[in-house]
Each structure stands twice: as structure tokens, then as C-alpha cells.
Design a protein around this ligand. Structure first.
Ligand code: BGC
Length: 373
């Protein structure tokens, strides 16, 4: 309780120094401490700048937790950069809080997969005001302030889906097509649709195919997709010959609804080359998926994050385009997607993306053997 004048003075000085040190850390001019909230990357070089990753959810696609998280973790580990990866579980305010927390904990760069452009732009504006750089990861934030955008050519993804569906339908008759689009709040969903409609609309216009349903699935929610597709079947008295589903999860919802009604297999598209999507292709329930090499996406994003954190220019050739975010052009890395059907299913295994152990299980074991896997 009683402090001598000396010790009281020492205490005051110590406190002042501590406050100073704290302020320096908080304003972010230097940060090399070891710990992060999730404990990730704690062993990395102490010179490295911290990076935070904001993933969107776990229900719109398994890609975020099954592929993006481990691949980003590996990319930053290899570079010796501490990274903390959060998932907002589909909640915009959670994502905003996670961004805030990452910045408070010393992140100098954020990789953001937004839940919509409005909340994404708010996260970016806040980060900018704190001297923190943001990279739009996979999804572009419209009217945002990200330093870079790393993704795939998403219109091309849609074109591959549209062409894939047409190829699977073949040339006989006038197929009735249902479109199950991604979330209206995801700019990618708009680009995918732009891509597949560029293939399908001329067929609708010339009477070579008929669009019988066209609906977006809020938040890419697979459960909602099931209900929406059931209603599509209801309204058309089951007369749907092909489904343009924007990703494997939505495709699987359509497949489940078809099975529940004991209807025959019809061409269904997808995206992400998920284990389930590949199993559905093996069983003939799905006709194609689009493989996006997430490893390349994670590697590109980690290289840009490191360049931003160290104030250096990214390696030549990495940034290969610009994307307009409705207000300005964002320097972009746009990777090339690939269509996968039963014929080239090996690609996703040869690339190290999927393991046979995750796909060729149970009744799929013999289907894998038949497919030459
Ligand atoms: C991604 C897709 C993903 C979807 C749902 C899109 O923005 O590009 O890969 O399937 O979101 O998470």
C-alpha cells in the first residue's frame, strides 16, 4: 500500500513508458510480437508483419474451410508471416468486429471475402483510416478501397458452366432449363450469371432452349436452394431438363430435390470441385463442375499481402489486370478456371486439390475405379 517517494516515481515512469509502448503498438508503426488471438503463426520470423484473413461462412461452400483456410495458412507459413484466419459464419457485423479485432491485434494487411459490398466497403474504409491495407480475396467489393483484387476470371467460370450444360444436354429437342443463381449480394454471382447467360440467352432467343425458372439463392444457402428448386419442380410439373446451378452446393440441392421426387438424372452444373460435387459427377447426378485452383489464389494473395506489408512492389507479372469496382479500377490477379466432367476428373486429384480418400469412399470406390482413378 505504502510506496516510498522513489518507488512511486519509478512506478509512474514505468507506467508512462508502458503507455508509450502501448500507443506505438496501437498506432501500428512497429509490431513484432509473437501472439495472435488464434495463436496461428506464432513461430514465424519476428520481423514479419501480421496478416488477417476474413472468410465469409461455412455454409455457402465447403471451399472456405476445406481449401482456402489450409492453403492460405500454408502459404503464409512458408513465407514466415504470422496469419490469423477468422470466419464470420455469414454474419456481417461479426465480420466487421473480426476486422476490428485483427487491426487492434496488429494486422497490417487484411484479406477480405466480403458478405456484401456495403459491409465490405465499410471494413475497407475503417482499415484505410488505420493505415491497414486490404486485398479483396475472391469477391470484389464494389465501391471499396482495396489495394488489390485476387480472384478467377468469373465471367469465364459462368461461360464454362453455360457451355458445360449445353454439352451435357446434347442436341435433341428443346430442353427446359432452370437457373439457380448464387447470392444476389455476391458480385461473383452476377459475373457467373453474365457468363452463363451469354451462352444460354441466344438459345432461349432462338427457341433452341426454354428458360422455365431463374432465381437467386440468398446467401448461397443450400437449404433455401432446396426449397427454391422444389418450388421450381412444382411450378413446372417436374418439366425441367437441365439445371444451371451456380456452385456444387446449389447443384446438390437440386439433385436432392430430384431424388426426393424419384425423377431421373438430368444435367446439373456446379462449381468448386468439392468432394461432394465430384462424387455427384461420378454417380452421374451432376454433369460438370468448375475447378478453381485455390492454391494459386492463396499463393497470389499471400505474395501481394507480403508486398503490401513490406512496402515493396509485387513480382512482375503477378498482377495481370484491372477490375472496375463501379468507382475505380482495382489492380487484379485473375486466374483461369477449368471445366471438369467425368472425362477429365483426374485433373483435380493430379493437381493435389482433392484426395481420393475424401472422394472414393463407400459406394464411390467402385465408381472411382471405373473412372480410372
Ligand atoms: C465463390 C465460389 C463459392 C461461392 C459461395 C463465390 O464468391 O467464388 O467459389 O462457391 O462464393 O461461397
Amino acid at each position: 500500500m505504502k510506496h516510498s517517494p522513489i518507488s512511486r516515481r519509478a512506478l509512474a515512469i514505468g507506467l508512462a513508458l508502458c503507455t508509450l509502448a502501448f500507443a506505438v503498438a496501437a498506432c501500428g508503426s512497429d509490431d513484432n510480437d509473437k501472439s495472435s488471438s488464434s495463436g496461428a503463426g506464432g513461430t514465424s520470423s519476428n520481423k514479419a508483419q501480421k496478416v488477417g484473413v476474413l472468410l465469409p461462412d461455412t455454409q455457402s461452400s465447403v471451399r472456405w474451410e476445406s481449401f482456402d483456410r489450409p492453403l492460405l495458412q500454408a502459404a503464409f507459413k512458408e513465407a514466415g508471416v504470422p496469419v490469423t484466419i477468422d470466419n464470420a459464419q455469414g454474419d456481417k457485423s461479426t465480420q466487421q468486429q473480426q476486422a476490428e479485432q485483427l487491426i487492434t491485434n496488429g494486422a497490417k494487411v487484411l484479406l477480405l471475402v466480403n458478405l456484401d459490398s456495403g459491409s465490405g466497403a465499410a471494413i475497407e474504409a475503417n482499415a484505410q483510416s488505420r493505415g491497414v491495407k486490404v486485398i479483396d480475396y475472391d469477391r470484389l467489393t464494389l465501391k471499396g478501397s482495396a489495394a488489390y483484387y485476387v480472384s478467377f476470371d468469373n465471367v469465364k467460370v459462368g461461360e464454362l458452366q453455360g457451355q458445360g450444360l449445353v454439352d451435357c444436354l446434347g442436341s435433341s429437342g428443346t430442353p427446359s432449363i432452370a437457373e439457380l443463381n448464387g447470392s444476389p449480394t455476391d458480385n461473383n454471382a452476377t459475373l457467373f450469371k453474365q457468363g452463363y447467360d451469354s451462352v444460354l440467352k441466344p438459345l432461349y432467343d432462338s427457341g433452341k432452349a426454354k428458360k422455365v425458372a431463374d432465381q437467386s439463392v440468398p446467401d448461397w444457402d443450400n437449404q433455401k436452394a432446396l426449397t427454391i428448386f422444389e418450388q421450381m419442380l412444382q411450378k413446372t410439373s417436374n418439366k425441367i431438363d437441365g439445371v444451371l446451378a451456380a456452385n456444387d452446393g446449389l447443384g446438390n440441392s437440386a439433385i436432392s430435390a430430384l431424388k426426393a421426387r424419384k425423377l431421373k438424372q438430368i444435367p446439373v452444373t456446379g462449381q468448386d470441385a468439392t468432394p461432394q460435387g465430384i462424387q455427384n459427377i461420378l454417380s452421374g447426378d451432376q454433369c460438370m463442375t468448375v475447378y478453381k485452383a485455390v492454391k494459386k489464389e492463396a499463393d497470389a494473395a499471400s505474395k501481394l499481402a507480403i508486398a503490401l506489408a513490406t512496402g515493396k512492389q509485387p513480382e512482375a507479372g503477378l498482377v495481370n489486370g484491372k477490375t472496375n469496382d463501379s468507382a475505380r479500377d482495382v489492380p487484379s490477379v485473375l486466374l483461369t478456371p477449368q471445366a471438369i466432367t467425368k472425362d477429365n476428373i483426374k485433373v483435380v486429384f493430379d493437381d493435389g486439390f482433392l484426395k481420393k480418400a475424401d472422394v472414393c469412399t463407400g459406394k464411390y470406390a467402385s465408381l472411382c475405379t471405373d473412372a480410372g482413378l
